[in-house]
Write a protein that binds this ligand. Structure first.
Ligand code: HMG
Ligand code: MG
Length: 298
């Protein structure tokens, strides 16, 4: 019914920090990344090689990669939208990248300045070149469960965009609930449509934001459908600068608490992670929104 083990794809340093109004110094980002790896997370998304004017919070991507101490057995993927971003990522020694598409026209325009159709033209050479260099490529799809401008999104539309991105040669698909509106029945419907369109469930990850408090329930529904990779952010940091109604991601601590209780292995030391998020909350000057961090810290 449930997997024995779940891989957590930690997005706090990217999805979390991209949405902070204060720019976090490089040294703090590096300590954050070190502490996440030390807490047992094995996939720690580090930053994005996007246009610095679009996401000024991550304009220091080169410095972050240059200062990073790569812990053994830990992957540090970065977001890359286009060939310019890939050039920068390759120059920085990156081995894992993620492209990020949209299931809806409005968000494709707002997040990528492209149409849904032209996003594929942007990503195709990125994926092809990255694979030729031996890199691993994940494909994110945003607005899979609802869009703030367009309303409900048809599962078939998500399945179509997902299949197009996976056909380029991506190894994993992450289904994003960018604004946190999904509920468990819809999660099942979207997963079923995506799998029916050809992506094996073992290659599907879920990426829930917790705006409406549904992220854990949605995660459990996805695990029961066979998903084994879950995105979350330490302390529940996050949001998306181009989707204003989005709040933070599912907090990694909330996820680990649930999985520990279910006997599902994550390899994460919850105490070390809570201490990291409490430390980061001090640096950001506001408390973590994670219920588990608030219950256990201090
Ligand atoms: P554009 O304006 O169409 O770019 O933006 P362009 O291709 O027309 O290029 C314009 C100029 O930008 C050129 O410079 C390029 O070199 C430069 P010029 O020749 O005029 O001097 N440029 C770059 N510079 C540095 N790095 C680059 C880069 N690309 C172009 N990579 C673009 C298109 C995709 C670049 C822009 O829209 C962009 O950067 N978007 C990123 C938005 C973003 O990061 N959003 C947040 C991440 S997505 C997310 O959070 C959702 C997720 O969490 C899942 C979920 O929750 O749903 C993943
Ligand atoms: Mg996100």
């Amino acid at each position: 019914d449930l997997p024995d083990r779940v891989t957590i794809w930690e997005v706090g340093a990217r999805d979390g920090l991209q949405n902070e109004s204060t720019t976090v110094p490089v040294g703090v980002k590096l300590e954050f990344l070190d502490r996440l790896a030390a807490a047992g997370l094995t996939t720690v998304e580090a930053t994005s090689f996007v246009h610095p004017k679009w996401v000024p919070q991550l304009a220091d991507a080169e410095q972050v990669l240059a200062g990073l101490t790569r812990a053994p057995g830990v992957r540090y993927p970065v977001l890359v939208p286009n060939e310019r971003g890939l050039d920068r990522a390759l120059a920085a020694g990156v081995r894992d990248i993620a492209v990020f598409g949209s299931a809806t026209e409005t968000f494709a325009k707002r997040n990528l300045n492209r149409t849904v159709e032209s996003q594929y033209e942007m990503f195709e050479p990125v994926v092809a070149r990255a694979r030729a260099e031996g890199l691993d490529v994940r494909a994110y799809v945003s607005m899979c469960f609802g869009d703030p401008w367009e309303g409900p999104v048809a599962p078939e539309q998500v399945a179509e965009v997902s299949a197009r991105l996976m056909a380029m040669g991506c190894s994993q698909l992450s289904l994003g609930d960018t604004i946190g509106v999904a509920t468990p029945g819809l999660v099942e419907a979207v997963l079923d449509a995506v799998v029916a369109a050809g992506t094996p469930v073992g290659a599907v990850a879920v990426h829930f934001h917790d705006t409406y408090g549904q992220a854990l329930s949605n995660t459990l529904a996805a695990l029961r459908r066979g998903v084994t990779t879950v995105d979350s952010s330490a302390g529940g940091l996050g949001g998306c600068p181009y989707a204003e109604s989005a709040t933070g991601n599912l907090a990694t601590e909330d996820l680990v608490w649930m999985l520990d209780g279910l006997g599902v292995d994550t390899g994460v030391d919850l105490g070390a992670l809570v201490a990291t998020s409490a430390w980061m909350a001090e640096r950001l000057g506001r408390p973590s929104p994670s219920r588990v961090v608030r219950a256990l810290a201090g």
